[in-house]
Design a protein around this ligand. Structure first.
Ligand SMILES: Nc1ncnc2c1ncn2[C@@H]1O[C@H](COP(=O)(O)OP(=O)(O)O)[C@@H](O)[C@H]1O
Ligand SMILES: [Mg+2]
Length: 374
């Protein structure tokens, strides 16, 4: 166990690292952020920050030697340097978990090999025949770059044969994964935590609404049948066990119209759809990550309100100046979180707010109302 007072190293300096640092600090830990770019959200609330490239072995080595444990908040830290520092300090989750989740080909193959339900897919190597891969999967389909995708970046929906030449041109020279388009009834996600001693805690299932491929609302409890909820929880627990997780991991699912649950993506870090846990759960996903990677007992995951909705605040809401927060902050059931990012670009996650209410429909109604007023 790494008792409070120890130093937690965090690879990645974005908002997930910021909220992790806030949770760690509350428990009395020191936090050292490693992030290539200066002035990020996490560094602003950490005890120490190193700004160096992820493949700068000398800087990474010094960082690792100064930390009691290292974890990550960013999925695109290259796995090779991570592997190199694993002999210098404790690293949770294991570098191989990141290597699996950060590449869509490896991720899908892992899901298939371990018997998890998923959408049919084909892999197309760089320079190979994308159209043939798409026909094999069937149209409509979604073409995704194997590496570095997030918030729908690096994705294209192919509706019909007519879209294939454009898709081929767009992804020329890149390895891709082509997935069957899932005409889902809804999307849900689960954050699961697992400790070194193999204790597992599964957070309540969130229902997610994406707009332009970016998460807009997470609704808890998810408005799905109990059997769907149970299936997602069971699958998330199984993922954590089979991937030998130490830390927290988000699992995204599609729910099909006939109530089947398909695993979409794995993210071995706190997840955007779990931000509500800060305001409406006994233990937040960030505190849970601290507990898991430091060997503390995992915390309880019960809701502290009947229902909660999280709303992402994107840079679009800023236009030329920050929104006027006064109406939002005047609401007794609202909590506002801003990440301290200086530049509000469209689509950029600048913060979020949560609304609690007596049921999910009411929370969503209020969330939409307050969002529109911004
Ligand atoms: N095969 C698919 N069928 C239907 N919708 C999809 C499919 N793949 C992705 N999407 C939509 O795009 C969103 C983002 O895709 P995802 O694979 O989760 O990538 P990322 O979150 O890394 O950008 C999903 O949450 C979903 O709304
Ligand atoms: Mg996703």
């Amino acid at each position: 166990m790494i008792p409070p007072g120890g130093t937690i190293g965090v690879l990645g300096g974005g908002q997930l690292g910021r909220m992790l640092a806030q949770a760690a600090t509350r428990l009395g830990y020191r936090v050292h952020v490693y992030e290539p770019q200066a002035n990020g959200p996490a560094g602003a609330v950490a005890h120490a920050e190193t700004n160096a490239a992820y493949d700068d072995v000398a800087a990474l080595t010094a960082f690792a030697r100064g930390c009691d444990v290292v974890t990550y908040e960013f999925e695109n830290v290259p796995a090779a340097p991570l592997r190199a520092i694993a002999s210098l300090t404790r690293l949770h989750p294991h570098w191989s978990v990141l290597a699996t989740a950060q590449n869509r080909s490896r991720e899908k193959n892992w899901l298939r090999a371990n018997g998890f339900p998923h959408a049919a897919f084909a892999e197309v190597a760089a320079g190979a025949d994308l159209a043939a891969g798409a026909r094999e999967v069937g149209l409509p389909c979604v073409v995704k770059t194997a590496d570095f995708g997030y918030d729908g970046k690096g994705q294209l929906k192919v509706r019909s044969e007519a879209d294939l030449p454009a898709a081929t041109a767009r992804f020329a020279g890149q390895p891709v994964v082509i997935e069957q388009f899932v005409d889902f009834a809804c999307e849900i996600s689960v954050v699961v935590a697992r400790s070194e001693k193999a204790a597992v805690r599964v957070f309540p299932v969130a229902e997610n609404i994406h707009t332009n491929h970016i998460l807009e609302f997470s609704i808890v409890p998810a408005r799905v049948a109990p059997a769907v909820r149970a299936a997602a929880e069971k699958l998330a627990r199984l993922v954590a066990e089979k991937i030998n997780l130490v830390g927290v991991l988000g699992v995204e699912f599609f729910v099909t119209p006939d109530g089947h649950v398909l695993v979409n993506e794995l993210a071995p870090r706190p997840h955007n759809s779990g931000h509500w846990t800060i305001d409406a759960c006994v233990t937040s996903q960030f505190e849970q990550q601290v507990r898991a990677v430091c060997g503390l007992p995992l915390g309880a995951v019960e809701l502290t309100a009947p229902a909660v909705v999280m709303v992402n605040l994107l840079g679009d809401a800023w236009r030329d100046r920050a929104p006027d927060w006064s109406t939002l902050l005047a609401q007794p059931q609202v909590k506002l979180h801003l990440y301290g990012k200086a530049e509000p670009r469209p689509g950029r996650k600048m913060g979020h707010f949560t609304v609690t209410a007596r049921d999910a429909d009411m929370a969503l109604e209020l969330a939409r109302k307050y969002q529109a007023r911004l």
